[in-house]
Design a protein. Sequence first.
Length: 115
Amino acid sequence: QVQLVESGGGLVQAVGSLRLSCAASGSISSINIMAWYRQAPGKQRESVASISSGGSTNYADPAKGRFTISRDNAKNTVHLQMNSLNPEDTGVYFCRVFTPRNTYWGQGTQVTVSS
């Protein structure tokens, strides 16, 4: 089992920045990919960015050039630095991790971007 706790969400004005963090505990040695997803009101949950244990990253198109995902394997954390935020980035942001046999989700943290 892996437990995930997100932090860093909040209310920010457009063009502002936020840094999300997700701390993993439990069977952390089995974690391979760490990722961020988001769900806007009335929309399906979507991928934002992911990072492998080796540091390879992938970004969804809306995140490219504005968001940066990073991880600290020693601290079992993954971060999402979000810059140039706009109201379309509003939603609940979820941390997700993958192990060879399972995937785990955090509870989510709310991000609200005002215009």
